[in-house]
Design a protein around this ligand. Structure first.
Ligand SMILES: [Ca+2]
Ligand SMILES: [Ca+2]
Ligand SMILES: [Ca+2]
Length: 383
């Protein structure tokens, strides 16, 4: 009897310590980071059973349904418009038919794991995956889209989300009913999993990619249903969005004559991890010479830039700016074409102003200054 007691302590101690600490995280090779409880993943089940749409499954035991998302969702490196919902407590992305989802009644612990049947191999979130079924007349699945999610993802402010809730669900052969839900955040791509009620039965909570070669799960069989589980996409870590932007400027000529034309080539780099929205690149002359410049919007060099707002505008002792949205690990380079109009110095100050929605966690590389002297004589540009 004593031996049995010690065995039980050893079995449950590491797990309970692990879950009490809360902030402990897990991650997969792609860079998803998962948290169990803690400040990163607080409690707060949202019941949508009075306001959500009913999702009718093809079967109460191993059936499924497919529905279209109001707003796309990025899972790993692909973006999806449809999800499949299984009676067995998981969702898949990119489903095209009922046959592809729903039938996997055996929970896979740990993940990633090749699934059964192979036809249901799709990128997957195990919300509470086990041999589940709907036994009550009140056992239903609901879905609801929110333009502004009632629960913060912790990775992006005021973003839209879709909630899928299994209500009054149970493990096959066990009458105990419980609710569970997944929240898909459609700007940060965070995934939150929450519970309302308990079952002592085995299950898995985790994620895996389309070929089951990457993924991660929390301690399974059993799952601790007293905490929430949150997965954060690598582009949008918890506390984000963060992006390190850098301004680079190719040397301008040291000397130019009055009336001369000259160019700068200015670059804006986004080192990530988050996309940068509305990064404003600004040019200003702080020197004594008069200079007129414009951004040469027709000759922008870019890599993976999602949007450019660049209008030809002239600066004369004023400020010139263009706005870019940059994916992580992308860059844009833009020529600035100038004419020197009076003698003195041109102190070209180039900097990036970031949108208030995200944080640049390294401000040291956000500006650069290039000095050019304007002489009385019109002379060749010296490089
Ligand atoms: Ca089932
Ligand atoms: Ca399985
Ligand atoms: Ca920076």
């Amino acid at each position: 009897m004593v031996h049995k007691y010690i065995y039980l302590i050893l079995l449950f101690l590491p797990f309970s310590l692990w879950s009490q600490r809360g902030i402990d995280s897990i991650r997969d090779s792609f860079g998803y980071k998962g948290y169990a409880g803690g400040a990163e993943c607080p409690a707060g089940f949202i019941d949508i059973s009075n306001s959500g749409d009913v999702i009718v499954l093809s079967d109460n035991d191993d059936g499924s349904a497919i529905f279209s998302l109001y707003y796309p969702f990025k899972f790993y490196d692909s973006t999806f418009n449809k999800i499949g919902v299984s009676a067995n407590g998981y969702i898949v992305f990119g489903a095209n038919s009922y046959a592809e989802v729903g039938q996997d009644f055996s929970n896979d612990c740990p993940m990633p794991a090749v699934v059964y049947p192979a036809s249901s191999l799709k990128p997957r979130v195990a919300v509470f995956h086990d041999e589940l079924e709907a036994t009550q007349s009140s056992s239903m699945v609901f879905a609801k889209f929110f333009r502004t999610c009632p629960r913060s993802s912790g990775a992006y402010p005021n973003e839209p989300c879709t909630i899928v809730q299994w209500k009054n669900w149970s493990v096959l052969g066990n009458s105990q009913i419980f609710d569970f839900e997944v929240i898909l955040y459609q700007w940060s791509y965070a995934i939150h999993i929450l519970f309302n009620g308990q079952t002592p039965n085995s299950a898995t909570v985790g994620i895996q990619n389309k070929d089951a070669k990457d993924g991660v799960s929390f301690p399974c069989n059993p799952v601790d249903m007293s905490v929430s589980y949150c997965f954060f996409h690598p582009e949008h870590p918890v506390g984000g969005p963060f992006a390190d932007l850098e301004v680079q400027a190719e040397e301008a000529p040291d000397y130019v004559g009055v009336g001369s034309n000259f160019n700068y080539l200015v670059s804006l780099v986004n080192y990530g991890p988050s996309p940068a929205y509305k990064a404003k690149l600004v040019y200003q002359n702080l020197g004594s010479a008069t200079v007129e410049c414009f951004f040469d919007c027709n000759n922008i060099i870019e890599t993976k830039v999602s949007s450019v707002n660049c209008n030809k505008q002239f600066v004369n002792e004023g400020i010139l700016s263009a706005t870019f949205s940059l994916a992580p690990k992308s860059a844009v380079a833009i020529p600035i074409v100038c004419t020197a109009q009076s003698v003195g110095t041109i102190d070209a100050n180039v900097w990036v102003a970031v949108d208030a929605i995200y944080t640049d966690n390294n401000n040291a590389n956000n500006s650069t200054t290039i000095t050019t002297t304007v002489t009385t004589k019109k002379r060749e540009i010296k490089r």
